[in-house]
Design a protein around this ligand. Sequence first.
Ligand SMILES: Cc1cc2nc3c(=O)[nH]c(=O)nc-3n(C[C@H](O)[C@H](O)[C@H](O)COP(=O)(O)OP(=O)(O)OC[C@H]3O[C@@H](n4cnc5c(N)ncnc54)[C@H](O)[C@@H]3O)c2cc1C
Length: 611
Amino acid sequence: MHYNECSCMTPTTGAAPSTFFSAVQFVMAAQCLIRTKDWPEDAELQDSEEFDFIIVGAGTAGSILANRLTEIEDWKVLLVEAGGDPPIESDIPGLTDSLYGSKFDWKYTTVNNGLTSQANKGGNIKWPRGKMLGGSSSINVMAHVKGHPKDFQSWYDEGNEEWHPDIVNQYYHKAESLQDHSLKKNSAIQNEYGQHGPLLINTYNVTNTTFLEEMLTAFDEIGMKPVEDLNTVHNMGSGRFRVTATDGKRISSATAYLNPARNRKNLKVAKNSYVTKILLDGKTATGIEMDRNGHKYKLKAKLEVIVSAGTINTPQLLMLSGIGPKKHLEENNIPTVLDSPMVGQNLHDHTNIPTLVFADEPEKMDETTKDMESLRYLYDRKGYLAYHSYQDLTAFYSADPEATYPDFQALVLFHYKNDGSVEEFASGYVKSVEDSVLKLGKNRAMFQVRISVLHPYSRGNISLNSNDPYDYPLIYYNNFSDDRDLDATVTAIKMFLKIVDTKFLKSIGAITGRLELPACDGYELNSDAYLRCIAVNMASTIYHPVSTAKMGRDISNSVVSSRLKVHGIDHLRVIDASVMPSITSGNINAPTVMIAERAADLIKEDYNKLA
Ligand SMILES: Cc1cc2nc3c(=O)[nH]c(=O)nc-3n(C[C@H](O)[C@H](O)[C@H](O)COP(=O)(O)OP(=O)(O)OC[C@H]3O[C@@H](n4cnc5c(N)ncnc54)[C@H](O)[C@@H]3O)c2cc1C
C-alpha cells in the first residue's frame, strides 16, 4: 500500500490529529490524577534522637496512632515503617491482586504440616501482608465489616473493661464517614455509621449490577436474606459490602489518617526502616534499634514504644527483644527479659475453603470492552478497575436458622468464562486438582465461593526460626487441630451448595464437579466425607490472623492488658490486630481501625491529655 492510498494519512487541516492528541494527553494526565501524591516525607534522623512515642509499623493501626497522637502538639512522635510509599496499583481496587507476591507484600507462608492444605502447591498457605505505608490496609480487599456486638461483649466479659460494645461503637463512629448517598437516605443505616471521621466508607462502583441482583435473589432462595446494609443488621443475611474506597479509589489508613497529618511538625516518618529490637532498661522500654539502608540507629522513646507491626511481626519483635515464652527464647539463644508465655500463641484466622461452582455466565469481557472500561475508569473512576475481583457479595449465616449471631461467612468471587484468572487460580494447586479445575472450567464461568467458619476453636502460633531479625518467623497455623472446626466447615459448605439448585443458578447451568485428589478418590461427590477431605486439603486463608499478643487479665493468659500495655514491661504497648482476644464476626480491618482509635484515647487519658 502506498502512502497516498491510506486516507488516514492524507494531509489534514489538523483538527483530527489535534483532537486525538488532546485525548491522549487527557489519558496520560488522568493516570497521574489517580496517584496519591501526599505521602509524608522520609525524615532525617540522628542516632540517639529522642521522641515521646515511637510507633513501630505504619499499617492499619500505626497510621491511625501517628495521626491521633500528634494531635497533642507537645508530643513528638516517630513512625517507623519497613516499607515505602504504596504504588499506584494500591490506589486502583481492580489492580490489588498484582501486589500479592510483589515487594509490597511480606510474602509469608505457613509451615507445611504434612496434613492440611496438601492440595496447595508446597503444602502451605500464602499469607500476604502489606509492607508499605498503610500496611495491610494498602493491599486488602477494602471490605468494611464491623463484627457483631456479641464479639465485643465476649472481650469485655473476659475482663477487658475498656472494650464494652457501646464504647466500641463510639470509636467506630469516630473513625467513619459514610459517603453513599442512597444509603444515607435510610435513617437506620445513617445512624449505624459515623459521618465526620477520616475513613471514607462507600459502596464499590460496580457497573454490572444486574448480575449481582440475580445472585442476591439466589441467596434469598436458600435462606440468606438480602439486606441493604449488613453492618446495620450485625451481619445476618446477604448483601453488598461497604468498602473503604470512594470515587473508585482505595482509602487506606495511610491515605485517611497519615497523609493529612504529614505536615505536622511533631511527626517524623522513617520509611524503609526495619525495627530489629525494642531497647529495654530492665523491664522498661526505652527505645528501638532500627536498620535503615544498612545503617543501624538507636532511637529513644521518653514515654512509650508502641508496637503496631501486625499479628505476625509483633510477636516476632517482642521475642527478639527477650519478651516471650522462656523456653522458646532459650532455644533461640535470646536472653529472657520477661517470661511471657502467651507471646505468639493463640493464633487464629478465618480459614477459607474455595468452593467452586461452574456455570454458563457471566461471559468474559472482550478486549475492546475491557479497554473501554479502562478508559472509563480514567474518566470517571467506574468500570471493572473500580472494584476488587471479589466483586461485592457476601453472606453471613448460621447452622440454626433462628440464630442472631453468624457462624459462617461466604464471599463470592467471579471468574469470567475462559478468563486467564481461572488458570492462575488453578496453578496454585497440585497437578490433579489443577487439571480438574481447568477441565470443569473449560467454556464455563467459575464462581469461587470462599467459605469460612467465623469463630474457630483451633489455635496455632508464631515462633522464631532463629535470633536473626531478618529470618522470617515460623507460622504454625494448626487450623483444623480442633475437629469442631472441620465439622462446622462441612456444614457451612453444604448449606451454601444449595445455591446450585436455585432458579437463577439453574438457568445458567450451574454445576459443582469433582476435584481430583487421590486422598478424596473413594468418596461420593459432595458427601460429608468428600467435603471433609476437600476442606482439609484445599484449606487456605481469608487473611485475618489475630490474637498473637492478646489482651486479657494477666500474663498467664494474655500479653497485654485491657489498656494494651504489655504485662510486666513498663512504657510498652501493642496496638494492632494481634491484641484481639478472639476474632470478630467478619473481616477484621474495621475492628483494627476501631482498636487504634480507642487506644489513642486510652493513651491520651493515661497522660491527662484527653480533651
Ligand atoms: C490480602 C489481604 C486482604 C484482606 N482483605 C480484607 C478486607 O477486605 N477487609 C478487612 O476487614 N480485612 C482485610 N484484610 C485484613 C486486614 O487488612 C488486616 O487485618 C489489617 O490491615 C491488620 O492491621 P495491622 O495494623 O494489625 O497490621 P498491618 O496493617 O499489616 O501493619 C503492620 C505494619 O508494620 C510494618 N512492620 C512490620 N514489622 C516491622 C518492623 N519490624 N519494623 C518496621 N515496620 C514493620 C509492616 O510493613 C506493616 O506496614 C486483608 C488482609 C490481607 C493481607
